[in-house]
Design a binder for this molecule. Structure first.
Ligand SMILES: [Zn+2]
Length: 438
């Protein structure tokens, strides 16, 4: 697919294009419109296979010296190793009797179209990953972008397996991929625990583990051992399969796993921490969300920058109390009107037509106001909303505000700021908070 064309398509198009090319080269007749309904399943079968990735609820708290291990392109590696494709599951050859963990048969005579396409992408990604270690620093950025681009293509191609309109998609191969993924993750859990480490969290293709006093060298040795055991245990169905690889992503000086605001139980995708190399990793905080206003992003960035200086759990807890001055500073700035309008807008997505909203919300009010002015906002589009001191409306669109400025709802903005501070100080008000000692 030419780059010009590629720049205007969604990511699924080049994936399908790559698969089509392989199918064409192998002499397959490609249906113009696919018509392969899902095979009927019993409720029992559905409960067993329709599960998705494995995610744990982490033990909430602040930890130090935790290591994160990630599988290298886990799902694509499974697809390639187990030959999971549109035409290989329950194939027509009587001699293909190998069964998958989901109980479907799989072809062992011919390599599938999807595995072939993914192997091509996987091998290129491995190539760039290796090259990254050998090139001069100025070339690193380019190679890193290439391997990241390939990473996302690979991630999406897994999703495409389960997408009914994808030409080479097939739900059974999607189900099998996640089933094997769950086995891999549980296998890793058993091994690390047998080796005296504690599993703090596991999420789809990553694990966070800890052992008191463990050094980076200990984690490196564990990485080696894990890969050896994975090689022995998971052979796939291909003779020339790819080995599963699990890699030490890094060791955290400190990491915080947050609970849900409602019930105080750990949430799979809500944490932040600092790797030993200084890099901060954040998931599930406001700073990562698209609808978060700029002033809150600035606030959380400043806090994380401050916390970055902490080298262990103890220093982290000290730095946390220092962040109160940052909160005060932002409160003052809000009160003094030091943020401009663009830093205060909340970009919210409209999910339905204006008249379909049953209750009055900031979105329905803003979309309604725009409609009165002749601007129709379609479901899926975002509106820039401002909160004003006006009891009649819950929110005002930026376009109208610019022409008719009104005093802003300071209380609301202060509350948003305070809410976004919760992730940093929740432990002060929680009896569930634990400082893990191993
Ligand atoms: Zn076969």
């Amino acid at each position: 697919m030419p780059v010009q064309q590629l720049s205007r398509t969604t990511i699924g198009t080049p994936i399908t294009s790559l698969e089509m090319r392989i199918a064409f080269e192998e002499g397959y007749l490609i249906p113009f419109r696919k018509n392969l309904p899902e095979d009927p399943k019993t409720a029992d079968q559905l409960i067993n296979v329709d599960k998705g990735g494995l995610s744990f609820r982490p033990l909430t708290g602040v930890y130090e010296n935790v290591a994160e291990f990630d599988f290298f392109s886990m799902y694509p590696s499974i697809i390639a190793s187990y030959n999971l494709s549109y035409e290989t599951i329950n194939c027509k050859h009587p001699e293909c009797t190998t069964k998958l963990p989901t109980n479907y048969r799989v072809c062992t005579k011919k390599e599938g179209i999807v595995p072939k396409a993914l192997k091509f992408l996987l091998n290129r990604r491995i190539y760039y990953k290796k090259a990254l270690k050998q090139v001069q620093p100025e070339k690193k950025a380019i190679l890193d972008r290439r391997q990241k681009g390939l990473k996302w293509l690979l991630v999406v191609s897994f999703g495409y397996l389960g997408y009914k309109n994808a030409v080479f998609g097939r739900i059974e191969s999607h189900e099998t991929t996640t089933a094997i993924g769950r086995q891999l993750l549980l296998f890793v859990k058993e091994i690390v625990e047998a080796k005296g480490f504690r599993l703090i969290h596991a999420l789809t293709d990553a694990v966070w583990i800890y052992r008191k006093g463990a050094t980076e060298k200990d984690y490196r040795l564990l990485e080696k051992y894990l890969n050896k055991r994975l090689r022995e245990k998971f052979e796939g169905v291909n003779k020339n399969h790819l080995d599963f690889k699990i890699l030490l992503e890094g060791v955290f000086d400190w990491i915080v796993f947050l609970p849900s605001k409602q019930d105080g139980i750990g949430v799979p995708n809500r944490f932040y921490g600092k790797f030993r190399n200084g890099e901060i990793k954040v998931r599930g905080l406001e700073i990562r969300r698209k609808d978060t206003p700029e002033f809150i992003k600035m606030f959380q960035t400043e806090i994380l920058e401050r916390l970055k200086k902490a080298k262990n759990k103890k220093e982290f807890l000290e730095k946390i109390s220092e962040t109160e001055e940052i909160l005060k500073k932002y409160q003052e700035k809000l009160k003094n009107g030091e943020f401009n309008i663009f830093q205060l807008i909340v970009k919210k997505k409209v999910s339905k037509e204006v008249n379909q909203y049953r209750t009055k919300t900031d979105i329905s009010d803003s979309a309604g106001t725009l409609l009165k002015e002749g601007i129709k906002v379609n479901p899926g589009e975002r509106i820039n909303i401002l909160y004003v001191k006006n009891e009649l409306i819950k929110g005002m669109p930026l376009e109208i505000y610019i022409n008719f400025p009104q005093p802003l709802d300071l209380e609301k903005y202060l509350k948003m700021l305070e809410d976004s501070y919760w992730s940093f100080i929740w432990h002060k008000n929680s009896d569930k908070f634990q400082i893990f000692e191993g």
